[in-house]
Design a protein around this ligand. Sequence first.
Ligand code: HEC
Ligand code: HEC
Length: 307
Amino acid sequence: MSDFVSGFWSYYIGAIAIAGIVFCVWLLFSQRAWLKKTVEHTEDTGHVWDGDLTELNNPVPRWWTVFYLGLCIVAVAILVLYPGLGSYEGTLKFTSANEVKSQREALNAQIQPVYERFGKMSITEVAGDPDAREIGQRLFLNNCAQCHGSDARGSGNFPNLVDGDWLYGGEPEQIMHSITKGRHGMMPAWGAQIKPAEAADIAQYVRSLSGLASDALRIVPGKRGFDMFCAACHGAEGKGNTALGAPNLSDNIWLYGSSEASIVETILNGRENRMPAQEGILTEDQIRMLTAWVWGLSNPGSRMAAR
Ligand code: HEC
Ligand code: HEC
């Protein structure tokens, strides 16, 4: 893999690295005195201290020279095996990403036996198993809590997974699909078709669906607008549609808030939300475990049944 936009920098860096090694070897051979087995005469630098301490100019010891040459050979070997010369990949094709990947595969193989027992159980049975719940919770804390919260109650745009209210459905298959493939919620923007005042009326009607304080006079035109623009996705009674991820607007559970301003903002500018697909990040076993754990959160009866 190379991040270089042109070949020049790759060659430039490669050339500097090789030139460095060549220079080191040249430096060594330019001081050829070490090649001679014995030193015939010792040069005196003429520096004398403390009366009789004379500084000599001896060639470097042989062991040192051999060591030095050995290091140059090691340097060349590393540059052949590993990526170091610009965009040259090295014969081992080493990358740190591959390293992480192979470590992860090894770890997964190691923990495989732990999951084997649960592979034969249905999701609802797994949800009732105390060991499985412990594993599920750890996986959740490591992979999901940053968005959904460590108690899975969500916050802001991140849905609460505990409240039994589902954008995409709370059956095990639907939860597994949400986790495996991810989700991409899209509420279209209606700013071009709906005027702000109309949107405010519709917002009043939407609030009334959840029994929130609303203006009885504005609800009437608001309902008309809702039937025309919104019912197709959110349903005639605003109960939502899990196939589209259109939220239930009548349960007083809000992703973006229940104020008129927030609902008007949703209507005029739309909303977009994304749950990242875990396929390829987590193994199938881990996703099953998480599915069971998440399902169990809003089906607490499953834990009792299994006890
Ligand atoms: C980067 C933030 C992020 C991470 C990490 C994340 N999620 Fe989500 N998740 C979201 C968002 C945002 C949505 C809502 C998507 C939408 O509105 O279309 C969502 C939706 C979901 C849903 C569907 C909820 C419903 O009401 O139908 C489930 C189930 C879910 N996530 C489970 C998980 C699990 C399990 C993990 C850990 C593997 C996880 N998520 C990790 C952001 C995240
Ligand atoms: C094409 C389908 C579609 C249509 C038509 C549509 N919506 Fe939505 N709406 C969605 C989806 C999908 C979401 C969830 C977006 C997300 O996951 O972030 C949503 C979200 C919302 C929310 C946010 C709910 C919350 O929990 O905070 C509100 C309010 C809303 N829509 C109201 C309306 C109104 C009012 C109209 C008519 C003017 C309308 N929608 C028309 C699909 C639609």
